[in-house]
Ligand binder design. Sequence first.
Ligand SMILES: Cc1cc2nc3c(=O)[nH]c(=O)nc-3n(C[C@H](O)[C@H](O)[C@H](O)COP(=O)(O)OP(=O)(O)OC[C@H]3O[C@@H](n4cnc5c(N)ncnc54)[C@H](O)[C@@H]3O)c2cc1C
Ligand SMILES: NC(=O)c1ccc[n+]([C@@H]2O[C@H](COP(=O)([O-])OP(=O)(O)OC[C@H]3O[C@@H](n4cnc5c(N)ncnc54)[C@H](O)[C@@H]3O)[C@@H](O)[C@H]2O)c1
Length: 494
Amino acid sequence: MSDSTHYDLVIIGSGSGNSLVTPELESGRTAVVDRGVGSTDAFGGTCLNVGCIPTKMFVYAADVARTVVDAGRFGVDATLDGVRWRDIRDRVFGRIDPISEGGRDYRVEADHTEAYLGHARFVGDRELEVEITQPGGHHEVGSVQRITGDQVVIATGSRPRIPQPVLDSGVPFHTSDSIMRIEELPGSIVVVGGGVIAAEFAHVFSALGVRVTVVTRTERLLRVMDQEISQAFTDLARGRWHLHTGARPTAVRRGGEGVELDLADGTTVSGELLLVATGRVPNSEDLGLEAAGVRVHGDGRIEVDEHGRTTAPGVWTLGDVSSEYQLKHVANQEARVVAHNLTHPGDLRSFDHRYVPSAVFSDPQLAMVGLTEDQARAKGYEVTAKTQRYGDVAYGWAMEDSTGLFKVVADRRTGHLLGAHVMGPHASSLIQPVIQALSLGGPTGPLTAAQLARGQYWIHPALAEVLENALLGLEVAPHHDVTADYDPEGAADA
Ligand SMILES: Cc1cc2nc3c(=O)[nH]c(=O)nc-3n(C[C@H](O)[C@H](O)[C@H](O)COP(=O)(O)OP(=O)(O)OC[C@H]3O[C@@H](n4cnc5c(N)ncnc54)[C@H](O)[C@@H]3O)c2cc1C
Ligand SMILES: NC(=O)c1ccc[n+]([C@@H]2O[C@H](COP(=O)([O-])OP(=O)(O)OC[C@H]3O[C@@H](n4cnc5c(N)ncnc54)[C@H](O)[C@@H]3O)[C@@H](O)[C@H]2O)c1
């Protein structure tokens, strides 16, 4: 065990935690501790190595494959001659791995930071032991380093949750941490889970020619989305994948094509590989949080206030380990807030969780922000909602789209927007004007549907006209008439 080394700031976690080292903090001494993620124990956290970025690079390749298969509808004859999985995989990690390694080396070599490549555990107030588990740093693998900090930030993220029957079975399985690095495409795969990760990987593998079976305990896929959109997605998925809803696995064994699962609905499914995508749990255990006086919720999330403070003085937290939202843009916003608060104790900023958007990069894409129709009704709003089909606008015709939907939810009395829910091409980008309308509204609240619809030009005939038309279809009180020409002079009264 080394003597203790003191730092102004200790950061545990090199995901969004790594972005805390702002120029303002460079005058002090900072330690960044990270044990790595995924099958390569990579530096830089989930999003870069095993999350957002690689998945979207695979999704893009899958989208290209689908476009080829679909081309005949437009009078363009094309065939998908083959899929070179290793080339697809190596394009992704050939790009990402050097960024991760470069990020680690930068932290190891930088003058004002010291990298500890291992597992951190509190042993007292702002006092930690780090067991060095990874090579590449200045500390010997296997050694235990003791460090203290004036301030400590816990940004340890989350990891896949594995259902007990899978663990008990001893059968080999993949999670998002390992599936992207497999050597060969399987002929078939069983995906357990009906959330975001399941929807994205089911698209990737089916578009690349793998027979995909999805097993989820709920009746609809993506059930956190607006019911109408989640139902429409589930209906589409039934035509594309072998979908078992309301069907938890009860037993898992080797057999069939490789692995076999008995489901609660009495059926048995089989595939060469098993991918588990049943949610993620915060990395708050094995951190010695009791020794530091840091309390956690029953679900494992660290208790945090709106400024990023834990229950222990001088100990902060952000991202998946404490947030209600396991999303990179949220972890990044929280990191910006904590970075400010670390150096401005008299002028604390707050997390902004008012309108957190999210998107699912499946086929089709989905996106959401704000309240669902059911949530808005439950909150007592007099709700008006309009669902516009992509196929009703000119660019939707060009795309021959027959399934895309853009739904907007608003308050009938005030005309204020409450939420939007989208399924279709470019959903993740098309939703951005609604995010702006909700987040950047004036002192009286979000922009009204009328302001958004008629307070600006909509490029014709762009796909965004589907949102314009959805807004124009809302039935709001007469003085907020969505279709009336917008008067910029009167905007302040709205
Ligand atoms: C497959 C997948 C796809 C995703 N796609 C998207 C997407 O498209 N858009 C989106 O917004 N979000 C997406 N997410 C979620 C997003 O990746 C996370 O919300 C985000 O990365 C969380 O960042 P973080 O900094 O909180 O944690 P992380 O990035 O996970 O960083 C935590 C770090 O702490 C380290 N650590 C943990 N415990 C210790 C310890 N005791 N000692 C030392 N180090 C430790 C870990 O090794 C890790 O490097 C995806 C997630 C997954 C799994
Ligand atoms: N595009 C994105 O923003 C993106 C992409 C991937 C992941 N993520 C983040 O990662 C998080 C984790 O993703 P996820 O898909 O693992 O979780 P999730 O919470 O989205 O979905 C988990 C699903 O698994 C099902 N499930 C749970 N236990 C089960 C069991 N025993 N048997 C069958 N089904 C079971 C649940 O009913 C649910 O449908 C997401 O919540 C999201 O915040 C985001």
